[in-house]
Design a protein around this ligand. Structure first.
Ligand code: DO4
Ligand code: MG
Length: 294
């Protein structure tokens, strides 16, 4: 099953199933939310068949416009967690650029225990075609394009989506103990566009994740990573996340970045970031500089 949440032309929040590039409204059979549909699907009790056709996924994957159906965030997550330094490139870059405690990222990459951090809850998250945040006190905020897991309280993987773990790298660099401030702020998580269940996704290691940054109509940055480059298994990450730490149905765990931008590509208000991974789709979002009182 490939599932989306969308706003209908009349402004109602709905659930859709994506079949053959088209979105069908399955709100009633899905139990009113993507999470309810995913939980029911995991128990084999929801069918993604039927439903009224709304439009193509491409038509819905556009900026919000009143009177027109458009995608919204695919899950209103009660808790989002991040895994860090799960790709060698992330460890190397972070150790090079941290003036203090040289080598700590390599210790995390190589150590038996993964780095896991709290990333926020629904209020910190935005969906497709919305704007992520740049903290008022950050001059080097970067995208971190990642594959994210949607989990049940029992730790089952209900589905896969894309996540931009937008992060204030200058604050992390200043001192690694400032990590929570570099990671948690308004619009620090972008999720979407769809959630694909494990039976439909196949082998995640066979996927490639791409990212572009566009500014003023030009492509400023372009890179991709094979998801087989990740060092940790999902089971390992989920095990440590749930160790004496009960999670709720719909918790999201984003699995780390293997794509690293340079300081010259520090995000600015008005940039457009696109993450793409088949079959999850294309997650496009803007950026806005947050005022101090936001
Ligand atoms: O240790 C800092 C965060 C690392 C991270 O978010 C990543 O590797 O994706
Ligand atoms: Mg990250």
């Amino acid at each position: 099953m490939r599932i989306v949440q969308f706003v209908s032309a009349s402004g109602a929040q709905r659930v859709g199933a994506v079949r053959g590039g088209e979105v069908f409204d399955i709100t009633d059979q899905a139990g009113g939310s993507a999470l309810a549909a995913l939980l029911a699907h995991a128990r084999s009790s929801v069918s993604a068949d039927g439903g009224e056709r709304v439009g193509t996924l491409d038509e819905l994957n556009a900026a919000a416009q009143s009177g027109t159906a458009h995608l919204r965030i695919p899950i209103d997550s009660p808790e989002v967690w991040g895994a860090g330094v799960t790709y060698k490139k992330s460890a190397q870059f972070r150790d090079e650029d941290t003036s203090t405690s040289k080598g700590i990222y390599d210790m995390v990459y190589s150590g038996p225990r993964p780095e896991l951090f709290y990333k926020g809850r629904a209020v910190h998250c935005v969906g497709p075609n919305e704007a992520a945040g740049i903290r008022a006190d950050s001059a080097f905020t970067a995208p971190e394009p990642e594959l994210a897991l949607v989990l049940s309280a029992k730790g089952e993987i209900l589905g896969f989506t894309l996540c931009d773990d937008v992060s204030a790298w200058d604050i992390e660099r200043e001192n690694p103990l400032y990590l929570p401030q570099s990671k948690i702020f308004l619009g620090c998580v972008v999720l979407g566009p769809t959630i694909v269940t494990p039976d439909e996704l196949g082998d995640p290691q066979a996927l490639t994740l791409r990212c572009t940054i566009e500014r003023g109509g030009e492509t400023l940055f372009e890179d991709s990573v094979g998801l087989d480059r990740i060092k940790r298994t999902f089971e390992e990450l989920i095990h440590y996340l749930r160790l004496n730490n009960p999670i709720q149905d719909g918790a999201v765990l984003t699995t780390g970045t293997g794509i690293i931008v340079t300081q010259e590509q520090a995000l600015r208000e008005g940039d457009t970031i696109t993450l793409y991974c088949d079959p999850i789709g294309s997650l496009r979002h803007g950026m806005r500089k947050l005022p101090e009182d936001a």
